[in-house]
Write a protein that binds this ligand. Structure first.
Ligand code: 2PG
Ligand code: MG
Length: 421
């Protein structure tokens, strides 16, 4: 492999889909090849995520400014990498970690390191005259064919993404069609039928939540599932057959000191598992993400034992794309699916490690966006190159979501990539 010499690295504070600052980096190599990338940001964050560096100056962006993180890219990191030759992504990312020196990137900020890591990846892909997905595939040790992931698409939002009108954070649809074009056609049909139902049933204008999902004031949690089923039927599709349902419970966010409170009803972990099992049976759920809180390690194995043979038990806040937490969950049989979010861990190489561990455990791999996104589409290429079984990007509205879906459409139509069955 030819060495990649960094000629220039710059960082910039830009704005994300919530109107909050985030970081963009541009990397230019000595060969002239260049790449740029911006990083997303979560609202319903796991406690074990890598550190997102914010300025904390209340006079700008309510303290959420990213000028220090952007400056770290353009000065601290640039000073350490410009003029140096790197054998590849692993060497570049190792330099970032060495420079920071902490386990959760508290000094540089994971938003700074990830911007640099991704911009370097794009530049390295350009230097190799490869599309980003092929470069990402080349990072995975075992050879495999890049393939399109099946999207799980946000229909209804609650929790931290929609002001908490329902405690469940996301109800998602998983169209079962066998091409990306058909999947997105079905998803938009269901979305528009759901939007009409929200208008007639709840008198709600077409207002959407952080990820573009609908967020009506459901009178009961079951109404959320029933309305989704109804929208699928109205779209001329069969619930459970053509389109399956999935949920991101994000249970950490309604956990209390001694259990959970779901819509004013106190529940023990066991009772919550039983509730999830009833929904899984009644609505043929394809997956349940964060069905329990991130620190409820004691009960995750019971959840996985009870439901893991019927659906995917996905860990998001539980795992935080963190190899140490994934090892613990694997050993305890606490989950059988990883929600992989690169900014939870801070560099592409660490996320790859997490991906390899999930693959080694035989888990389902879901590559996920964040609720705060930009128009950047690198996530689509990553999901393809790393052979994600599924991708979670949000709804079929809002351009920061569609940038990823449209990239998948392009890869299907022009690069001949196929969906995994
Ligand atoms: C999640 C994500 C994406 P956030 O919980 O899975 O939906 O949300 O980016 O706010 O953590
Ligand atoms: Mg989640």
């Amino acid at each position: 492999m030819t060495e990649l010499v960094v000629r220039e690295l710059r960082g910039l504070e830009i704005l994300d889909s919530r109107g909050r600052p985030t970081v963009l980096a541009r990397c230019v190599l000595a060969s002239g090849a260049s790449g740029r990338a911006s990083v997303p940001s979560g609202a319903s964050r796991g406690a074990a995520e890598a550190h997102e560096l914010r300025d904390g100056d209340p006079r700008r962006h309510r303290g959420l400014g990213c000028q220090r993180a952007a400056a770290h890219v353009g000065t601290t990191i640039a000073d350490a990498v410009v003029g140096r030759a790197f054998a590849g992504q692993a060497a570049f990312d190792a330099a970032l970690l060495a420079l920071d020196g902490s386990s959760s990137l508290t000094y540089l900020g994971a938003n700074a390191t990830l911007a640099a890591s991704l911009a370097f990846a794009r530049a390295a892909a350009a230097a190799a005259r490869q599309p980003l997905y092929a470069y990402a595939a080349g990072l995975v040790a075992a050879p495999h064919t890049p393939r399109l992931p099946r999207p799980m698409i946000n229909l209804f939002s609650g929790g931290k993404h929609a002001g908490g009108q329902v405690p469940i954070q996301d109800l998602l649809i998983v169209p079962q069609a066998d091409s990306m074009a058909a999947i997105l056609e079905q998803a938009t049909a269901v979305f528009h039928c759901a939007a009409e139902r929200c208008a007639t049933r709840y008198g709600m204008r077409l207002l959407t939540a952080d990820e573009g999902g609908l967020a009506p004031p459901f009178p009961a949690l079951e109404a959320m599932f029933d309305d989704a089923g109804e929208a699928i039927v109205r779209a001329g599709l069969r619930p459970g057959r053509d389109v399956r349902l999935a949920i991101d419970v994000a249970a950490s966010h309604f956990a209390t000191a001694d259990g959970y409170v779901l819509r004013d009803a106190p529940l023990t972990s066991r009772q919550l598992i039983d509730q999830l099992a009833r929904w899984a049976a009644d609505y043929a759920l394809a997956s349940i993400e964060d069905g329990l809180a991130e620190d409820d390690w004691e009960h995750w194995p019971a959840l996985c034992t009870q439901l893991g043979d019927r659906l995917v038990v996905i860990g998001d806040d539980l795992l935080c794309t963190n190899p140490g937490r994934i090892a613990r969950a694997r050993d305890a049989r606490a989950a059988n699916g990883l929600l992989l979010k690169v900014n939870q861990i801070g560099t592409l190489s660490q996320a790859l490690h997490a991906r390899q561990m999930a693959a080694g455990a035989g888990w389902q791999l879901v590559i996920s966006a964040r609720s705060g996104e930009t128009e950047d589409d690198w996530l689509a290429d990553l999901a393809v190159g790393w052979a994600g079984d599924q991708i979670k990007v949000g709804s079929v509205t809002q351009s920061e979501r569609l940038a990823k879906y449209n990239r998948l459409l392009e890869l299907e139509a022009f690069d001949g990539l196929c969906l995994m069955r």
